[in-house]
Design a protein around this ligand. Structure first.
Ligand code: ADP
Length: 210
C-alpha cells in the first residue's frame, strides 16, 4: 500500500535495502547488475517519497514507514497558502440579482460578502441565491446582506493552516468552501478561498507529485 505506484525495479531496490541496509548505491547497483547512474533516478524517487533515507558515507536504509504513515507525513506538509484560489468578493449592498450574475461571470460556487470597510460580513452559496429567487421578492432591489449567512457564523481559515484541517471543517460544517482571511483590527480581510476543488487538486498532487 504505497501512496505512489512503484515500478518493478524500485520494488527490487526496496527489498534489497530492507534486507541489507545500510547499503551504498554502488552495492545496490552491483546486486542488480546495473550501473549506479541507471539507478540514480529510482533512488531519488524512493528517497523523496520517504521509503528510503540516505546518509552520506553510510548509504541507504529503509525508513520502515508504511504507505499510510508516508501519506500522513505528506498530508502534514500541505498548506492552504499553496492551494488557495482567488476569492470573489462583493459588497453587502449589491442586489441578489447582481450577485447571481457575478456568480455566473466569475464561475464560482460561493461569493464572499464584505462591508463598507472591506471586512468579511457574509457568505453566499448557490442555494442561498436559489432560495431567494423562488421567493416573491424583487431580486433587483433585495440586497445580499438580507439573505447571506453572516458573521460571526462564518467558518474561516488562514494561509498557514494545514489543508487537512480545512477538509475537516468543510465536512463538519457541511459546506463547500472557506474564505482565507487575515485578521486586522477592523475584522477579517478576505485574501483567498479554499474549495472542495482545491482539496481534490491536492489529493491528485499527493498521488503523483513527489
Ligand atoms: P450550497 O448551499 O450551494 O450547497 P454550501 O454547502 O457551501 O453551498 O452552503 C451551505 C450553507 O452554508 C449556505 O447557507 C451558505 O451560506 C453557508 N456557508 C457556506 N460557506 C460557509 C462558511 N465558510 N461559513 C459559514 N457558512 C457557510
Amino acid at each position: 500500500m504505497s501512496t505512489i505506484e512503484l515500478n518493478k525495479r524500485q520494488e527490487q531496490i526496496l527489498e534489497i535495502v530492507k534486507d541489507n541496509g545500510p547499503i551504498t548505491g554502488e552495492q545496490i547497483a552491483e546486486r542488480l547488475n546495473l550501473t549506479r547512474a541507471t539507478l540514480r533516478p529510482d533512488l531519488a524517487i524512493l528517497t523523496m517519497a520517504g521509503f528510503l533515507d540516505a546518509r552520506p558515507r553510510v548509504g541507504y536504509f529503509y525508513t520502515g514507514k508504511s504507505g499510510v504513515q508516508l501519506l500522513t507525513d505528506n498530508l502534514n506538509k500541505l498548506f492552504v497558502r499553496d492551494y488557495q484560489s482567488i476569492p470573489v468578493v462583493i459588497n453587502e449592498n449589491v442586489s441578489v440579482y447582481d450577485a447571481i450574475v457575478t456568480m455566473f461571470l466569475e464561475d464560482v460556487g460561493t461569493l464572499f460578502v464584505v462591508d463598507q470597510k472591506n471586512v468579511l460580513a457574509g457568505v453566499l452559496s448557490r442555494k442561498d441565491l436559489l432560495r431567494a429567487s423562488i421567493g416573491k421578492q424583487e431580486l433587483n432591489t433585495l440586497p445580499v446582506n438580507i439573505i447571506m449567512t453572516r458573521m460571526p457564523n462564518i467558518t474561516v481559515c488562514e494561509k498557514d493552516d494545514l489543508l487537512i484541517d480545512v477538509a475537516k471543517k468543510l465536512i463538519e460544517k457541511q459546506i463547500d468552501s472557506l474564505p482565507v482571511v487575515k485578521e486586522t483590527e477592523k475584522g477579517f480581510e478576505v485574501i483567498g478561498r479554499v474549495t472542495k476543488t482545491n482539496l481534490t487538486k491536492a489529493l491528485v498532487a499527493l498521488a503523483t507529485d513527489h
